[in-house]
Design a binder for this molecule. Sequence first.
Ligand code: FAD
Length: 416
Amino acid sequence: MSASHVIIGDGIAGSSAAETIREQDPDADITVVTEEGEALYNRILIKEFAKGKLPEAPISIHEEDWYAERDIDLELNTVVTGVDTDEKVVTTHESGEIEYDKLLLATGGTPTQLPVDNSDAEGIHHFWTFQDARAIREHADESDTGIVVGAGLLGIDLAAICGAQDIEAHYLMRGNRWWRYALSLEGAEIIHDALEANGVTPVFDSGVDHFTTDDDGVVTGAVDPNGEEYEGEFVGVAIGLNFNTEFLRDTDIELDDGIVVDEYMQTNVEDVYAAGDITRFYDTILDDYTQNGAWGSAKEQGAVAGENMVADDEAEEFRWVSSYSITHFDFPFLSFGHPTLGDDHAERKYSDTEWRRLAFKDGKLVGGVLIGDLAPQSKYKQLIREEREVADQKEVLLEQDVDLENLDAPAAAESE
Ligand SMILES: Cc1cc2nc3c(=O)[nH]c(=O)nc-3n(C[C@H](O)[C@H](O)[C@H](O)COP(=O)(O)OP(=O)(O)OC[C@H]3O[C@@H](n4cnc5c(N)ncnc54)[C@H](O)[C@@H]3O)c2cc1C
C-alpha cells in the first residue's frame, strides 16, 4: 500500500519534494500544508517585484490547479502548531489533525527583528514573503528617504529596491564593508561604488542603536551607536533568519540552529525528513555539517528527500555546490560553495568591476565570490565537487581564463 506523505511548507523545498513523490508513486497520498495564502512562487523574483520592475504574474510558479492536477492536497493559510512523532500526527492551528506515514519539514525561516527600541514600528520592513514584497513596493514608492540595515545578500536587495524606487537611502553597516565574511575590502569597494551610483550611501562602522518614531508610532529614522541620526521614512532590515522549528518543541527531533539531517535528508527520528533552508545537513563534500540558504540547494534537497521518502531506504544522497547571484548592478555577481568558510584565501582584481576571491579549507577549494566575470564558475565548482587539493596552485586558479589542465594532476592519479 502507498504511504501517506505530509509536507510542511510550500516553498521550493516542500513543493519540489511533493513533485518528486508524485513522480515516484502515482498512488501516494500527498498533503502540503503552508501558512501562506498562496501556492509556490519564486522567492528570488519578489525583489524585482518590490523594485517595481516586474508585475505579479510571472512570480507565481504554481497555480492551485497544479496541485489538483497531481492529486496533491494543498492546505493554504494553515499553520502547523505541533507534531507527535509517536502517533505520527501533525496538529494545525484550527486543531485539525493530519496523520502521516512520512513527514517532511520544509518550513524555512522568518526574518530576525533587530533587538533595539522601536524595531517593530510601522514603516520598518523585513523581507521574506510575497506579502512583504507587496508592502515594501507600495511603501517604497511613496517614500523619499530610507535606511537599510544588514550587510548581507538580503540587505543588498533592500538597498537595490531603495535605489530603484528613487529613495535617498543610507545603508548602515557594522563593519568596514559589505558582506565582510565573504569579501575583502578591495572586492567590497566595487559593490560600495555601485551602491553609490544607485543613490544608496554606505555608512561603515555603524548600525542601529534605536529607531525614532513620530507620535503615531511610525518610524522616522535611526540613531546609530555613534550617535549619528539618519532620516528614514522607509526602513528595511535583513540581519538573518530565525528557523521555524517552534512547532517541534515536544518532539525528540535533533535541532542545532535548524533541523539536523544526514546526507539523505533524514532526521534522527524515523520517517521524519527535512529539506531546504531549515536544515543543518551533512555535506559529503565538506565532510561536515553545514547550512545553505539558497534556492537551488533547497530545490535539490526537496527532491532528494522526496526520493528517499518513497524509496524507504537511503536511495539518493544530497551532494551539491550551491550558488547565489545578484543582478542589481551593471556587472554580475555570484557567490558559490561556502564563501564564508575557509582557512586560506586568494583573490585578485582584474579591472574596476572585475574581482575574484577563492576560499580554501584543508587545502581544498570550498567556495568563492566572482564579480564581473562569472565564466570560471563551472570550473571552480568542478574542483569543489572533486575535492581536489589545489590551495598550493593559486596562481593557476587566479588566471583570468582558468585552465584546469594547467593544474598539477590530482594526487590519486599521480600514484597510479
Ligand atoms: C527576497 C529574497 C531574495 C532571495 N534571492 C535569492 C537568490 O537570488 N538566489 C538564491 O539562491 N536564493 C535567494 N533567496 C533565498 C531562497 O529564496 C531560499 O533559500 C529558498 O526560498 C528556501 O526555500 P525553502 O523551501 O527551504 O523555505 P521557504 O521558501 O522559506 O518556505 C518555507 C515555507 O514554510 C512555511 N511555514 C513555516 N512555518 C510553518 C508552519 N508552522 N506551518 C505551516 N507552514 C509553515 C512558510 O510560510 C514558507 O512558505 C532569496 C530569498 C529572499 C527572501
